[in-house]
Ligand binder design. Structure first.
Ligand code: ATP
Length: 443
C-alpha cells in the first residue's frame, strides 16, 4: 500500500517546509499547495487521505476551498490550522464538516498522532471477517448473533460505548456474508454538514444547486449491493430521518435534481452509542425509523466487561505495531497485562489500541512494560478501575477478582497452555481448571 497522501494548503514557506519534512519523515506523502488557486487545481485528482489547510490564504480562504470540494467530491478528513483570532471561524468549519482545527503554534507530535489515527480508521484491512471479535464469555452471544445476521439481509442495529468495536462488528457482518465482494460504505452521520448531507447521501445531478459543477454519486448509490453502515445514527437530523425512512420503505431514492428514482439495494447496518429509546420518547428520533432499523439488535460489551480478551488484543496490536515500526517483535511483560486488566478502559478497544501503539513506538528493548502502557501512572489506571477511592466490594470479591486477573495473565503468558499456566501459578492443573470454570475463563 502506498503512503497516505496529505494535501497541505499553506502559504507560509517556513512552516510549510518544516511540516512537509516532518510528515515525510513520518512516512506520509505530502502535496503542497501554496494558495487557494493551487489547492483547487490539485484537489480533484489528488484523492488525499487528509487535507491540512491554513484558513487565511493570499488569494482567498481555506473555507471556500473546503466547501466547494466537499460539495463536489464528498468529505475528506480536513484539519485547519488557525492563528489566534480565527477560532470562531474554525469552530464553524468543524460544524460544517472539517474534522478539527489546531491553533498555531501547535504540537507536531500530536498532529502526527492524529494523522496516524485518521489513516488507521480509514484503513479497512485491519478488520473484517478474519478479525477475531473476542473469545470472552461476554462476546460469545455477540459473535453468534453477528454470524446469524451475516446470513440474512435484515437491518442490524449495533449498540455500545464509543470504541467498543461497533464498526469492526459491522465489517465483520459484511465480510462474513454473501455481500463481501460488494462495497462496504461507512457513513458518520454525526460528521455530515447539514447543507451537504442530502447530496452526500443521495448524490446530485449537475446544476442541482449552486456549486454542483458535475454529477455526483451519493453514498447510497456507492453502497450498491453491499452494505451501508450508518454510524452515529442517533445524530441524524430529523429531516434526514424522514428521507431515510422513505428509502427503507420504498427501497428507492432520487439524486438531487434528478427526475428518475434509483433502487436502493444495499443492506443497512446502523450503530450508535446513544440511547435511541429515550431519544424516541423525547421526540428526537423518529419511532417509525427506529422500528425499521431495530430489527436485529446487538450490544457490544465495553472492554472492562470482557477482560479475557485484553491479553489477546494486546498481543495482536503489539505485533502489528512492531511490524509497522520495522521492529522484529515485542514481548509483553506480565506486569503490563496485570496493569491492563486493572484499568477501566473508558475509551474501550480504541484506547487499548492507542496505548499499545504508543508503547511499542516509544518503548525500549522490544519489551512492553506497564509503565510503557500507562506513562501517566499505573495507579491512575487502577484508581479508575476501582472507581476512585471508594472501597467497594468485600475482601473475598477483591481476592477473587485479583485471582481471576492473575489466571488470565498467566494463560496469556503461556499462550493458553493450562499445564504451563498451572506451573507458573504453582497450583495443580485440576485446581486451575476448577478456578477457570468458576470465573468463566475460556480454556
Ligand atoms: N475485535 C477487534 N479486533 C481488532 N481491533 C479492534 C477490535 N474491536 C475494535 N478494534 C479497534 O478499536 C478501534 C475502535 O473500534 P470501532 O471503530 O469499531 O469502535 P466503535 O464502537 O465503532 O467506536 P465509535 O462509537 O467511536 O464509532 C478501531 O481502531 C478498531 O480497529
Amino acid at each position: 500500500m502506498s503512503a497516505p497522501l496529505i494535501l497541505m494548503v499553506e502559504d507560509d514557506a517556513t512552516l510549510g517546509t518544516s511540516l512537509q519534512q516532518r510528515l515525510e519523515l513520518e512516512g506520509f506523502r505530502v502535496r503542497w499547495a501554496r494558495s487557494a488557486r493551487e489547492a483547487r487545481a490539485a484537489l480533484p485528482g489528488a484523492h488525499p487521505a487528509i487535507i491540512l489547510s491554513d484558513i487565511r490564504l493570499p488569494d482567498g480562504d481555506g473555507e471556500a476551498v473546503m466547501r466547494s470540494h466537499f460539495a463536489n467530491f464528498g468529505l475528506v478528513p480536513t484539519i485547519f490550522m488557525t492563528a489566534y483570532g480565527d477560532i470562531e471561524q474554525a469552530v464553524r468549519l468543524v460544524r460544517d464538516g472539517a474534522l478539527d482545527y489546531v491553533t498555531k503554534p501547535f504540537d507536531l507530535d500530536q498532529l502526527v498522532d492524529r494523522f496516524r489515527d485518521i489513516v488507521r480508521r480509514a484503513t479497512p484491512q485491519a478488520i473484517g471477517a478474519g478479525t477475531p471479535l473476542g473469545r470472552s464469555a461476554a462476546m460469545q452471544p455477540v459473535v453468534e448473533t453477528l454470524s446469524r445476521a451475516a446470513r440474512v439481509a435484515l437491518p442490524v442495529l449495533l449498540l455500545g460505548e464509543t470504541g467498543s468495536g461497533k464498526e469492526v462488528a459491522a465489517r465483520h457482518v459484511h465480510d462474513s456474508g454473501p455481500r463481501s465482494s460488494a462495497p462496504f460504505v461507512p457513513v458518520n452521520c454525526g460528521a455530515m454538514p447539514a447543507e451537504l448531507a442530502d447530496s452526500m447521501l443521495f448524490g446530485h445531478e449537475r446544476g442541482a444547486f449552486t456549486g454542483a459543477a458535475g454529477t455526483h454519486r451519493g453514498l447510497l448509490e456507492e453502497a450498491g449491493e453491499g452494505t451501508l453502515f450508518l454510524d452515529e445514527i442517533g445524530d441524524l437530523p430529523l429531516p434526514l430521518q424522514v428521507k431515510l425512512l422513505r428509502v427503507l420503505e420504498t427501497r428507492a431514492f432520487r439524486r438531487l435534481g434528478a427526475a428518475e428514482e434509483r433502487g436502493f439495494h444495499a443492506r443497512l447496518i446502523c450503530a450508535t452509542n446513544r440511547d435511541l429509546e429515550s431519544m424516541v420518547a423525547e421526540g428526537a428520533f423518529r419511532e417509525d425509523l427506529w422500528f425499521r432499523i431495530n430489527v436485529i439488535t446487538c450490544k457490544l460489551p465495553p472492554l472492562r466487561e470482557r477482560p479475557e480478551d485484553i491479553a489477546d488484543l494486546m498481543a495482536s496490536f503489539a505485533e502489528a505495531a512492531a511490524k509497522e515500526n520495522g521492529f522484529p517483535g515485542v514481548s509483553i511483560e506480565p506486569s503490563a497485562i496485570e496493569a491492563a486488566l486493572a484499568h477501566a478502559w473508558p475509551g474501550n478497544v480504541r484506547e487499548l489500541l492507542n496505548r499499545v501503539q504508543r508503547a511499542v513506538a516509544l518503548g525500549a528493548n522490544g519489551t512492553l512494560t506497564a509503565a510503557d502502557l500507562f506513562p501517566d501512572g499505573v495507579d491512575a489506571g487502577r484508581r479508575q478501575a476501582s472507581g476512585g477511592d471508594d472501597i467497594d466490594g468485600s475482601l473475598s470479591d477483591i481476592r477473587e477478582a485479583a485471582e481471576r486477573r492473575h489466571i488470565v495473565a498467566a494463560l496469556a503468558k503461556t499462550g493458553g497452555s493450562t499445564k504451563d499456566a498451572a506451573d507458573l501459578l504453582q497450583v495443580s492443573r485440576t485446581t486451575l481448571w476448577e478456578k477457570m470454570r468458576r470465573y468463566g475463563i475460556d480454556g
